[in-house]
Design a protein around this ligand. Structure first.
Ligand SMILES: Nc1nc2c(ncn2[C@@H]2O[C@H](COP(=O)(O)OP(=O)(O)O)[C@@H](O)[C@H]2O)c(=O)[nH]1
Ligand SMILES: [Mg+2]
Length: 238
């Protein structure tokens, strides 16, 4: 099966920071991708349309950044092809930073995905897009409070109008140059589950590939066989 998301094994591409755009469908990911990379990618979200990952580049503060437009997803827990591609990309390609693009007019539903992704990687920026629509609807968002609560940078954008994209690039770069270390708020499960997670993490430490994360441990506890097989494949790879 072709895997368009696998990193090319060239020194050139390995040195470049890899940034992923993740989020629900229709939150403006492709609009942001197109603005930052200058590539023309069709926007629209009929089924299957964005399953092949779009990859582009932008330059910021002397760095060339590789940007990936992940397919729109609502959750990491079901197994539609889109969700599997996005999940596998985040788990196995380990982008340096993932930007979770959120529709500011329905924050609650969109943030559910943020919490799932934060179990895969802490290296996150939240992009509150559609801020123009939110304002039009009289929705006010206290971004500094949200930053405190969630432990990551929150940037507001109106991507169609090109507003806030400079700030978004800066928020990503702050992480890349070590000026800010995101510490996303952890989801706390029941004490029993937390103990089991820790035990499994400790047991797998010496066997599992280095990209083992809390989310994978939870899926293994769930008995996700397919994911288990993928992990074994990763282990065998030199
Ligand atoms: N009003 C407004 N429209 C936006 C904004 N960002 C994207 N759009 C529009 O929303 C629609 C969906 O955007 P798209 O980039 O395809 O979303 P994706 O599914 O996340 O890739 C398109 O018609 C965009 O022009 C924004 O910040 N404000
Ligand atoms: Mg899109």
């Amino acid at each position: 099966m072709p895997r368009p998301w696998r990193k090319q094994n060239t020194n050139q591409s390995l040195k470049r920071p890899l940034i992923a755009l993740a989020g629900n469908p229709n939150t403006g990911k492709s609009t942001i991708f197109n603005s930052l990379t200058g590539l023309r990618q069709h926007t629209g979200n009929w089924t299957g349309k964005t399953v092949v990952l779009a990859k582009g580049e932008y330059r910021y503060r002397g760095k060339t950044i590789t940007l990936i437009d992940l397919p729109g997803i609502y959750s990491l827990l079901t197994s539609s092809p889109e969700e599997e591609i996005a999940r596998d990309f985040l788990c196995f390609q380990q982008p340096e930073v993932t930007v979770v693009v959120v529709d500011s007019t329905c924050l609650e539903r969109n943030l559910a995905l943020f919490f799932q992704i934060s179990e895969i990687t802490p290296s996150l920026v939240i992009c509150l897009n559609f801020i123009d629509e939110a304002r039009r609807k009289g929705i006010m968002i206290n971004t500094s409070k949200l930053e405190q609560e969630l432990g990551v940078r929150v940037v507001t954008t109106a991507a169609r109008q090109g507003i806030g994209l400079q700030e978004l690039k800066e928020a990503v770069d702050e992480i890349l140059r070590g000026a800010f270390t995101p510490k996303p708020k952890k989801v706390n499960y029941s004490p029993e589950l937390e103990i089991t997670i820790r035990r499994l993490e400790a047991e797998l430490k010496n066997q599992a590939p280095p990209n083992l994360n809390r989310w994978l441990v939870l899926r293994l506890l769930d008995g996700d066989r397919k994911l288990f097989e993928k992990l074994k494949m990763k282990e065998r790879r030199p």
